[in-house]
Design a protein around this ligand. Sequence first.
Ligand code: VGL
Ligand code: ZN
Length: 209
Amino acid sequence: MPRQALIIVDVQNDFCPGGSLPVPDGDQVVPVINRIQPLFELVIATQDWHPANHVSFAANHPGRNVGDVIEVDGLPQILWPVHCVQDSPGAAFHPDLDTSRIVHIVRKGTDPRVDSYSGFFDNARRRDTGLAKLLRELGVSEVTICGLATDYCVKFTALDAKELGFDTTVIVDACRGVDLRPEDVSEAIRLMQSRGIKIAQSTALLGGS
Ligand code: VGL
Ligand code: ZN
């Protein structure tokens, strides 16, 4: 039997309504994720976990604004509001997320100099979080991904998982996106599909029950 893991991406207060980088309806993923968790042998979560001096914060670039794109070490970097600062309430999991089944938490974006949308590598692919090694050690061959945001951290985590050889499914109704541009979420879904990532609804997993 292939072992299946659920990866819950960045279901944190700052990405929910009332947070500093709210994803529209971000909190609505919580009940869906709680319903599907028991279907998985293994549940892993990621947290965006930035130091206050993080390069992705517009506030750390005088004269720049949220939404500006700058270049950092040859990579485009979108500037965001200050969010998910290590140990702050905004970085905590949404209070209604069932965390009792989570066996491992990947904290990413900890290097002040580089952003990290994927749960596997930073955006420059300089640092590996150890998630792939952990999954392989646990005998996981199939991963299912849910959380926030569809067009950033979910997308890049799914693309890396697939490229690393994991059979990868994204549960779209257990995800919400930023849609900085109105087509971002639909483009992200198309791109993931084109790379062989399966796109599914939670109801298909849960069956009729
Ligand atoms: C995310 C923007 C900045 C995400 C993280 O979790 O999708 N998006 N940092
Ligand atoms: Zn971030």
